[in-house]
Design a protein around this ligand. Structure first.
Ligand SMILES: [Zn+2]
Length: 69
C-alpha cells in the first residue's frame, strides 16, 4: 500500500502513479558559501490525483523525450 502525496488516501501499489520529483534545497546566500542540495523523491499519487495534477501528461512528455533522444 502506498499513500497518495496529495489526498493522503491509501491505495495498492498497482493503483498509484509514481512520480520522481527533484527537490532543490538552497541556502540562497548568493555567495560562494551557498549550499545547494538536490534530492530526488519518489512521490505516489492515486489515479484521480494523478489525473487532476497532470502527472500522466508529465510522464507522457518524459517518455516522449526519452524516445526522441
Ligand atoms: Zn490522491
Amino acid at each position: 500500500m502506498e499513500t497518495c502525496a496529495s489526498c493522503g488516501r491509501r491505495a495498492p501499489r498497482d493503483k498509484v502513479v509514481r512520480y520522481d520529483r527533484t527537490i532543490v534545497y538552497s541556502t540562497d546566500l548568493k555567495t560562494a558559501d551557498d549550499v545547494k542540495v538536490m534530492q530526488r523523491r519518489k512521490m505516489y499519487y492515486c489515479v484521480s490525483c494523478g489525473k487532476s495534477r497532470g502527472i500522466f501528461e508529465k510522464k507522457k512528455r518524459q517518455a516522449m523525450a526519452k524516445y526522441n533522444r
